[in-house]
Design a protein around this ligand. Structure first.
Ligand SMILES: [Zn+2]
Length: 165
């Protein structure tokens, strides 16, 4: 059985005049994440983890920030070609674990929706995805509410093997 592990990290600044999107879920907040796409740090960390597991570089090489194609793009659009590459290599998501690190807004009420949304975008059953939320106990830039970060770890397995969960 082939297994490949990958991890991803991303952080964006919170700014006025933007919608807040996390894991493909619109979270009501007076500020949103800056970025050349919709700034969805969770989907970016997930996509980055997938690239890591595939051994295929990083988000910056796949989606250069100067590239107009990705301006304002939903982050799901960035995920799609990476999933395509994964499937072309006969790999599937065994499970994925992610953490969103934010002081504000409080994300607990959106945890389940984010996990469901990420699972749906990955095309896997809900039980293969876990999303955790945490704050930094007011420490550092994130603790001051300047931005939001996310981490993800993904395990890829052979698409032909029975997958866990
Ligand atoms: Zn990002």
């Amino acid at each position: 059985m082939t297994v490949r592990i990958g991890q991803g990290f991303d952080a964006h600044r919170l700014v006025a005049g933007r919608e807040l999107w996390l894991g493909g879920v619109r979270v009501p907040h007076e500020r949103g994440l800056e970025g050349h796409s919709d700034g969805d740090v969770l989907l970016h960390a997930v996509t980055s983890a997938l690239l890591g597991a595939l051994g295929e570089g990083d988000l910056g090489t796949w989606f250069p920030s100067g590239d107009e194609r990705w301006r304002g793009a939903a982050s799901a659009a960035l995920l799609a070609p990476v999933l395509e590459r994964m499937r072309a290599r006969s790999l599937a998501v065994g499970n994925l674990d992610a953490t969103v690190i934010a002081q504000e807004p409080r994300l607990g009420p959106f945890r389940e929706a984010m996990a469901e949304s990420v699972a749906q975008r990955l095309g896997v059953p809900r039980e293969r995805v876990n999303v955790k939320v945490t704050s930094t106990d007011r420490l550092g830039a994130i603790g001051r509410g300047e931005g939001i970060a996310a981490e993800a770890v993904v395990l890829l397995v052979s698409a032909t093997d029975p997958t866990p969960g």
